[in-house]
Design a protein around this ligand. Structure first.
Ligand code: PHB
Ligand code: FE
Length: 328
């Protein structure tokens, strides 16, 4: 992996089971055969190495995403779009009340460079953090090899729409990925185009279901169309979303196939709010002040519809815009 690291990554410290240790400010990270250990001045935490790597992979690949990426109920990041907070216990009522929470702010390139190296060093050969559990090897064991091809995968981000000239070509055409075992019944024919004379090069279309049926990754929205700030980010889901996402804006979910169960919690305290079961055809708006984690019993297709307007987080946190899209 080539890492454009504008900062020196601090990885001095004990080396356990062949893995490097890392520091970010006063945070220390270490892994061994099974676990990742995080320490900060007022506390320490342990996570399964596979859960940690799956969350870290998404945080890095999504450039810290919108709002908050909770790796679990304790550790995570907040995107300030230029800088990033790394926190422990900040969005956990118990840690807050006990005053054991800790937060440090880093420039995005600095935290990205450290997270990139951590992901690279701690991902063993055969383990793909984006794959479903039944489609990848194990994250565990003493350090053995790496999986750079998987962790540096290129995420599709269209500037207009997948298949439009000058934009991303169709991933299924390009790489010939096989249809996933759960989507063998998905039709693979492409739409017919009948442009008026003279408009041949200006009409594009593609079969989104066919495209998604061949996705190799889970819980990884790709931007397939862009219209102003409106982004269509479809994704295929299986097992559990590896992060608990804290929103900083409203996002819409359109269930394109199968079923997802969402656990919805208060974004700041983690208090349970709702369980939402979405079946094919269901549409939901997730408010701007919640956090959520999805469960997919079978591989499922979801369209995440994002509003990328950079003014939204401030408008919502200052109360100028409501946290919900519609007051009922
Ligand atoms: C979300 O947090 O809204 C989210 C993230 C990844 C997905 C789906 C939804 O695959
Ligand atoms: Fe979300």
């Amino acid at each position: 992996m080539t890492i454009a690291a504008p900062v020196k990554v601090d990885s001095t410290g004990p080396n356990t089971d062949g893995y490097r240790s890392f520091r970010l400010g006063e945070f220390k990270f270490r892994r061994d055969e099974y676990f990742v250990y995080v320490e900060w001045p007022t506390g320490k935490h342990v996570m399964s190495a596979d859960s940690f790597l799956k969350a870290l992979q998404r945080d890095v690949a999504w450039q810290f995403f919108y709002g908050i990426v909770n790796f679990d109920g304790v550790v995570g990041t907040v995107n300030h779009y230029g800088t990033v907070d790394l926190f422990a216990g900040r969005y956990n009522d118990v840690y807050r009340k006990a005053e054991l929470d800790h937060l440090e702010n880093f420039s995005t390139p600095m935290i990205k460079a450290t997270f990139d190296e951590m992901l690279d060093d701690w991902t063993n050969a055969g383990f793909d953090p984006f794959a479903s559990p039944t489609e990848t090897g194990s994250a565990f064991g003493i350090k053995h090899g790496d999986n750079r091809a998987a962790i540096t995968r290129h995420r599709v981000t269209a500037s207009r729409m997948v298949s439009v000239p000058g934009d991303e070509p169709l991933r299924n055409d390009e790489n010939g990925h096989p249809v996933n075992r759960h989507f063998l019944d998905v039709a693979q024919d492409e739409p017919e185009k009948h442009p008026e004379p003279g408009f041949d090069g200006e009409i594009s279309s593609f079969n989104l279901y066919a495209y998604l049926s061949r996705s190799q990754v889970t819980w990884n929205p790709s931007v397939v169309s862009v219209c102003g700030d409106s982004l269509y980010c479809p994704t295929t889901e299986e097992y559990i979303l590896p992060i608990i996402h804290g929103n900083d804006r409203v996002e819409w979910f359109i269930q394109l196939s199968d079923e997802l169960i969402w656990q919805v919690e208060d974004r700041d305290s983690g208090a349970a709010l709702a369980k939402v079961t979405m079946r094919s055809g269901d549409v939901a708006a997730m408010p701007a002040d919640i956090r959520h984690q999805g469960y997919a019993p079978k591989r499922a297709m979801l369209l995440v519809w994002e509003n990328a307007d950079p003014a939204l987080p401030a408008l919502i946190s200052s109360g100028q815009l409501p946290s919900v899209p519609v007051e009922i």
